[in-house]
Write a protein that binds this ligand. Structure first.
Ligand code: 4GY
Length: 262
C-alpha cells in the first residue's frame, strides 16, 4: 500500500514513521510512504504557496496552483489514487472507514495549514474529506498520521499473525476490558483475583462484563450499536444493579451526561 503526503512541513513526519510498528511496516515493505513538499510545486521565484483571502479577513489561504500541480503529477503516475483532505469539516473518521481505506492501493493525503485551502482545491482535486475529531489542529499533518496509523495496523503482516483478521469482532463497538500486569500489589491496589484463578471461562466472563461496564458508563452511544447476546444483556442488568447499589440510586443525569459528552 502506498501513502503520499502533501505538506508544507515534511519534517513533521520523520520520527513517527521511523518508530515502532509503523517503522517496521515500512522496513518490511508492507507500506510505502512518500512525503511531498507542496512548496516544490510553486513555480515562482519565491515559491509562494499562500496568499491573502479574497473578501478580506485575517490569515492566509493556501493557493490552488501548487497543490493542483502536485496532485496532477501524482495522479499521472497512478490515476486510481484517491485524494483525501484532512479537515474538521470532513466526515468523522472511524474504524469502519479505516478498514475500507486499507483495501485501497494508493492514498494521497493533503495537509492544509493557515486558514485552509482555496475552495477550488476541494472542488477539483479532492475525492474525500476526513475529520479526526471535533477540534482544530494547526494543520492536517497530525490528522494524516492518525489516519495512516489506523489503516496501517490493519494491513496483513503488520501486527502479529492474525490480529487484523479478528479486528472486526475485536472492535464491535465495545470498549476494551481493563488489563493488568505485574506487580500483583502496587501501593495496595491489587489485581482482581479472578485473573490469577487460571479459570479461563471465569476470566473471559469477567472481561466481557468489564468491557460492557466500561462501555455502559463511558460510551452508552456505542452500546446501542454493539452485537449483544442474551448473556450480555443479563450482564448489563447486573452492572446497572451494581451501580445503583454502589452509587445509592445511580449516576445522576448530570454525571451521565458529562461522561457521555466527554
Ligand atoms: N480535526 N481533522 C483536522 C484539523 C487542521 C486549517 C485545514 C481535524 O482532520 N483535520 O484540525 N486540521 C486544519 C487547519 C487548515 C486543516
Amino acid at each position: 500500500m502506498r501513502f503520499d503526503i502533501l505538506t508544507l512541513f515534511p519534517r513533521m513526519f520523520s520520527s513517527p514513521f521511523e518508530e515502532s510498528i509503523l517503522g517496521r511496516a515500512l522496513e518490511k515493505g508492507l507500506v510505502q510512504i512518500r512525503i511531498i513538499n507542496i512548496r516544490d510545486f510553486a513555480l515562482d521565484k519565491h515559491q509562494v504557496v499562500d496568499d491573502t483571502p479574497y473578501g478580506g479577513g485575517q490569515g492566509m489561504v493556501m493557493k490552488v496552483e501548487p497543490i493542483g500541480r502536485a496532485i496532477e503529477k501524482l495522479k499521472s503516475e497512478e490515476a486510481s489514487a484517491r485524494v483525501i483532505h484532512l479537515t474538521p469539516q470532513g466526515k468523522p473518521f472511524s474504524q469502519k472507514r479505516a478498514r475500507e481505506l486499507s483495501s485501497m492501493p494508493h492514498l494521497i493525503f493533503l495537509c492544509g495549514r493557515y486558514e485552509g485551502v482555496d475552495e477550488r482545491v476541494r472542488e477539483l482535486f479532492v475525492d474525500e474529506e476526513i475529520s479526526v475529531g471535533d477540534y482544530v489542529l494547526t494543520g492536517g499533518e497530525l490528522a494524516a498520521m492518525v489516519v495512516i496509523d489506523a489503516i496501517t495496523r490493519l494491513l496483513p503482516g503488520v501486527l502479529g499473525s492474525d490480529r487484523s483478521a479478528i479486528e472486526d469482532s475485536f472492535f464491535n463497538f465495545l470498549l476494551e476490558y481493563p488489563q493488568y500486569t505485574r506487580p500483583f500489589d502496587f501501593r495496595g491496589s491489587l489485581v482482581p483475583d479472578v485473573l490469577l484463578s487460571g479459570n479461563h471461562l471465569l476470566i473471559s466472563q469477567w472481561r466481557r462484563k468489564e468491557a460492557l461496564r466500561r462501555t455502559w458508563i463511558r460510551r452508552p452511544d456505542l452500546l446501542a450499536r454493539a452485537d449483544l447476546t442474551p448473556g450480555d444483556r443479563k450482564l448489563l442488568e447486573e452492572i446497572e444493579k451494581e451501580h445503583c447499589e454502589s452509587q445509592g440510586g445511580g449516576l445522576s443525569a448530570k454525571t451521565l451526561n458529562g461522561l457521555t459528552q466527554g
